[in-house]
Design a protein around this ligand. Structure first.
Ligand code: PEP
Length: 251
């Protein structure tokens, strides 16, 4: 069944102590969040064990922000999917636009990352989204379709059932500019149809598709009310417990 998810991408922010304090504040106040909303936090790698400990007896799930495209071995500086699963991660964000833009991540590296995540029982939160120039050229549907086809179409239907998709227009990330409800709903419906055409209606109906890009307490309610938006991937606003909880509550 399609799940409601509100996931916080902390990016490269907070010290471990600050991250643990933030996680504890979330745990202390999440009673206000509806029971059917799944909260996820994605702190930096070095925080995962400590933050995992802080959220252990709560309903908040742990996510990494990336994983290696190799299972193990001589890959200095990389972190394997198996290592993440071993410390209690349930999710991993893959294909975030910042990794595509600044670290040269491509579909070719994302295919093995997704497969390794799935093989190790992690649920990928696979990010797609167009640049401003691509939207202005009217090319956003093609860009998003290619990102889905190139990385997800090699999966089996069973594997696809474990994928969460996050639509994040690059022009809305960290800019304060949010996609309108109509823009977001239109492309979420397009993503669901793309999945349906390849994997069938049941897999597409059950697929959780998150919106990301300057989502905040003031606009979350309207975005989450759209029929094909199943929650959010939240950057900046996930660093303040009150804002992140308010976003989850607005569902
Ligand atoms: C993100 O980077 O995933 C994101 C959605 O960031 P922000 O909410 O800050 O726009």
């Amino acid at each position: 069944m399609r799940r409601k998810i509100v996931a916080g991408n902390w990016k490269m922010n907070t010290t471990v102590a600050e991250g643990v304090a933030l996680a504890k504040e979330l745990v202390a106040n999440m009673g206000e969040v509806p029971a059917d909303v799944n909260m996820v936090v994605a702190p930096p790698f070095v925080h995962l064990t400590s933050v995992g400990e802080a959220i252990r007896d709560s309903k908040i799930a742990l996510s990494a922000q990336n994983c290696a495209d190799q299972p193990k071995g001589a890959f200095t500086g990389e972190v394997a999917a198996a290592m993440l699963a071993g410390i209690g991660c349930q999710y991993v964000i893959l294909g975030h636009s910042e990794r595509r833009q600044y670290y040269g991540e491509t579909s070719a590296t994302l295919v093995p990352k997704i497969k390794l995540a799935l093989e190790n029982g992690l649920q990928p939160i696979y990010c797609v989204g167009e640049m401003l120039s691509e939207r202005e050229a009217g090319n956003h549907f093609n860009v998003v379709k290619a990102q889905i086809e190139e990385v997800l179409f090699g999966l089996t239907a069973e594997q696809m059932g474990h994928i969460v998709i996050a639509y994040e227009p690059v022009w809305a990330i960290g800019t304060g500019v949010t996609a309108t409800n109509e823009q977001a709903q239109e492309i979420h419906a397009f993503i669901r149809k793309t999945i349906a055409d390849k994997f069938g209606a049941r897999i597409a109906d059950d697929c959780t598709i998150l919106y990301g890009g300057s989502c905040k307490p003031s606009n979350a309610k309207e975005l989450f009310a759209c029929p094909d938006i199943d929650g959010g991937l939240i950057g900046g606003a996930s660093l303040k417990a009150a804002d992140f909880i308010a976003i989850a509550q607005s569902y």
